[in-house]
Design a protein. Structure first.
Length: 161
């Protein structure tokens, strides 16, 4: 079944009219107000390779038609599941990183939920620029701190036995 695109509802149109002064004001305004998202979705293993590309293209079109900007698409390929999903034991994983308006996330999830060729999806808001990892000092056991490596650095009191 094709990936379904839906028109904005009457409520969305009324909301745009009241708060933005126009209907369907979905332009990205130069990137202002856009949030970073990561989407991982699993495509059924029954879908042919050429149709996988078509499914990914439908998802990217869905995002861009609503003012989003797709930054990166990574095809992870076919991978085995930890447990069966439906009657499938593997699926084609795809990671998409994009920016969009906050309201579009719910629309995207609703469309992914009803698409028959997509088994599962996970959409998360990413933090944008990742903080660099800071190395943590690990305690050195058995170097004059009373503990030893054999007992995990725990000091034992042998006098009370």
């Amino acid at each position: 079944m094709p990936f379904l695109l839906r028109a904005p509802s009457l409520v969305e149109t009324a909301h745009d009219l009241c708060y933005n002064g126009s209907t369907l004001n979905r332009s990205n305004k130069g990137g202002e107000g856009l949030r970073d998202y990561e989407l991982v979705f699993i495509i059924s293993p029954e879908v042919d390779d050429d149709k996988i590309s078509a499914t990914v293209e439908r998802v990217t079109q869905f995002i861009t038609q609503r003012g989003g900007v797709v930054a990166q698409i990574d095809h992870w390929g076919k991978r085995k599941f930890a447990y069966p999903i439906g009657h499938f034991k593997e699926g084609n994983y795809v990671l998409a990183q994009f920016k969009s308006e906050p309201g579009m996330a719910k629309e995207l999830e609703d469309s992914l939920r009803i698409a028959e060729d997509i088994l599962r999806h996970l959409l998360v808001r990413s933090e944008g620029q990742k903080k660099k990892a800071v190395p943590v000092e690990t305690p050195s056991y058995g170097q004059g701190d009373g503990g030893s490596a054999e007992n995990g650095g725990i000091e034992q009191d042998n006098d009370n036995r």
